[in-house]
Design a protein around this ligand. Structure first.
Ligand code: FES
Length: 160
């Protein structure tokens, strides 16, 4: 459930696009930037405001891989498993992070909502493989140990 205050942000986004139906994808993208996912109640609100059926909005939201209907953690870790990263052993890093965070192929976000772990096909930094990003900050030439160290640093920062 989102607060009234957050609906003001949604209104700001909608106003920016003048509620134009052709702007649906751009609107959803901005909402996702705001919340890191597409909350169901916000989508219903957008449906009413833009006069687009909920099923249409839902089909757009599920069609594009970039959109998420699930809440995400404060830190979004993307681990690259493109060819360059894969041959330089990205999978052991993925496995180490999953183990450290008690996540799995099906569970992507920690219960404390601190971390979300995702795989991507190429982060466009193949020369730095294997690569992870955390909230768009790039970490190059990772190993399972260095990736876990990065997590520990974040946890330390968070506990201050
Ligand atoms: S394959 Fe990993 S950055 Fe390109």
């Amino acid at each position: 459930m989102i607060s009234d205050n957050q609906y003001i942000n949604v209104d700001t986004i909608l106003n920016r696009y003048g509620n134009k139906k052709s702007s649906l994808i751009a609107v959803l993208q901005e909402i996702q930037n705001e919340y890191k996912y597409l909350p169901e109640d916000v989508l219903e609100y957008v449906s009413r405001k833009m006069d687009i059926t909920p099923s249409k909005i839902f089909s757009v939201a599920t069609f594009y891989e970039n959109f998420s209907l699930d809440p995400k953690g404060k830190y979004i870790i993307k681990i690259c498993d493109g060819t360059a990263c894969h041959v330089r052993k990205s999978i052991p890093i993925l496995n180490a992070l999953r183990k450290e965070l008690a996540l799995s192929e099906k569970k992507h976000t920690t219960d404390d909502m601190l971390f979300t772990l995702e795989t991507v096909s190429c982060l466009g930094a193949c020369g730095l493989a294997p690569v992870i990003t955390i909230n768009d900050k790039v970490y190059a030439k990772m190993t399972p140990e260095s990736a876990i160290q990065v997590l520990q640093n974040i946890r330390e920062e968070e506990s201050k």
